[in-house]
Design a protein around this ligand. Sequence first.
Ligand code: DQA
Length: 138
Amino acid sequence: MKILILNGPNLNLLGKREPEIYGSRGFMDYYEELKALYPDVEFDYYQSNVEGKLIDKIHEVGFSWDGIVLNAGAYTHTSIALQDAIHGVTTPVVEVHISNVHQRESFRHQSMISCVCRGVICGFGLDSYRLAVEALRK
Ligand code: DQA
């Protein structure tokens, strides 16, 4: 099974950025732990702060890989282009958020991508990514 973990804007700052919300652990450290939990899964990881690069990556893997775990960061709340990209591919996409966006500012309550994602997991910290992998495996 091939799963892409795709992180959007500002998620390269995990561990340093607003640790009271996103925790103090860097993503690459967590990613190593995640890979070790699923030795039978082939993972790849990609992060970009650029909307078009995220779209290019979805196009690249979206007809051949088994799943995409996508934290689109703030593009979640704004990007029709990401919605179209997810809609246009066949690989199932699981939307994840580290924080519980529904407990935060009202502009974070709306997602432009949930309607085209297989499911949504939010609010479990970095463990949201593992829960998304579990869902894709089933
Ligand atoms: C986030 C929530 C978004 O609202 C925010 O813009 C992020 C991170 C999360 O993982 O909790 O960048 O996607």
